[in-house]
Design a protein around this ligand. Structure first.
Ligand SMILES: *Cc1c(COP(=O)(O)O)cnc(C)c1O
Length: 375
């Protein structure tokens, strides 16, 4: 993770800015865009990404845990910072100290906030999380009226908004999004009990596929980083050129060797040369985010050509077959995510070979390597 590493994650500030502006244009004026910067900004660096979004006009940020919110504030990020998942009751004072917004689904957490508010003669604004079908965090919609009663009765606690989350907004033909939205609008938007609240339910997929769910604010993550949530780029409104992948990952060749026919490569000899092959050794392994599941599956770019990973990916190294690359030598650039000549590889390509989604690939490479920011 030092600056001297051969492995380098580059994050393009201009791509992040472009994506934020595109998403802000994709919703009606008056609809706020909350930038989800959890997981260290999906591998792009939470503080730096938040700064870029903030400079582009973003005024709301979402993280999972309280500690992330404190880091953002200490780094000078302004606007509203929402802690959407977790905090310890013993830490409620930090919400007051750093002017943060807790998301509440638990009465005891709200009670602790109320006590702190009374003790410090102040008020705390909370948002309530509702489970409208995600099957994850939140108060069930049918328990919401009682929950609201309980929270409303707490001194120093103001209900500033409601939020929920969709499980299948990436699949427009599924009906869970409409169902969830109906529950949300009946229970929260039209409950008539809390005026002046901010309601938010849409993630990147819903921004794209379900415009009626945009409410007062949308919470976007993956699209800000340049990826379509369903791994496509050609759907209405999210054309290829509108979202720009912001993260690239490159390395350098350590050694190039000519192996005779029949040579076993790497642990377990899962690959054997069928004829003499030129093999390059790269300083990238699963420790660097290049999952072992990609052994004998992934490709990388060297000399403008797409070349295959051969044999098992090790902890800190992997091997690629560079027989087709004329003049290849140690020190040459290797692209794992990004562009080289006319070829490119993106996080969706890697995700497909791995059986996962771009989100995980970005976190893996981004959070396990040295990052630099470029325009
Ligand atoms: C991560 C997250 C989002 C953003 O989801 P994307 O699919 O990346 O847009 C929205 N809401 C909540 C609660 C989240 O945890």
């Amino acid at each position: 993770m030092t600056d001297n590493s051969c492995n380098r994650v580059k994050v393009s500030s201009s791509a992040l800015r472009n994506n934020f502006r595109f998403l802000q244009r994709s919703v009606n004026s008056g609809v706020a865009v909350m930038a989800m910067v959890k997981a260290d900004g999906y591998g792009h660096g939470m503080v730096n990404a938040a700064r870029v979004f903030s400079d582009a006009g973003c005024m709301a940020f979402g993280v999972a845990e309280l500690r992330e919110a404190v880091i953002l504030r200490k780094a000078g990020i302004g606007g509203s910072i929402y802690v959407t998942m977790a905090f310890g009751i013993e830490d409620v004072g930090l919400f007051f100290k750093y002017d943060l917004i807790p998301v509440i689904y638990d009465y005891n957490a709200a009670l602790a906030l109320s006590r702190k508010a009374v003790e410090s003669a102040s008020e705390i604004t909370v948002h309530i999380k509702v489970d409208t079908g995600m099957g994850r965090l939140g108060v069930f919609a049918d328990e919401l009226p009682r929950f609201i009663d309980g929270i409303s009765a707490l001194a120093g606690v103001k209900i500033g908004g409601f939020m929920s989350h969709f499980p299948e907004a990436d699949t427009p033909e599924k009906d869970s999004t409409d169902k969830g939205y109906d529950l949300f609008s009946t229970g929260c938007i039209n409950n008539g009990r809390c005026i002046d609240t901010i309601c938010h339910i849409a993630n990147s997929s819903a921004v794209l596929n379900f415009p009626k769910t945009h409410c007062d604010m949308v919470r976007v993550g993956i699209a800000l980083y340049g990826y379509h949530p369903a791994g496509k780029v050609d759907q209405t409104g999210f054309q290829a050129n509108n979202l720009l992948p912001a993260l690239s990952f490159t390395s350098r060749i350590l050694q190039v060797k000519l192996f005779p026919a029949g040579a076993g490569i790497s642990y377990g000899y899962t690959y054997r040369t069928s004829e003499p092959r030129k093999i390059a050794v790269l300083p990238v392994g699963y420790e660097d985010g290049f999952s072992r599941r990609l052994s004998n599956r992934a490709t990388v770019l060297i000399g403008g050509r797409r070349v295959p990973v051969v044999g098992r990916i090790c902890m800190n190294m992997c091997m690629v077959d560079v027989t087709s690359v004329v003049g290849v030598k140690s020190g040459d650039e290797v692209v794992f995510i990004g562009r080289q000549g006319s070829e490119s590889i993106n996080a969706d390509d890697i995700a497909k070979s791995m059986g996962t989604i771009s989100y995980e690939v970005l976190c893996l490479f981004g959070n396990n390597n040295n990052r630099i920011y470029v325009e």
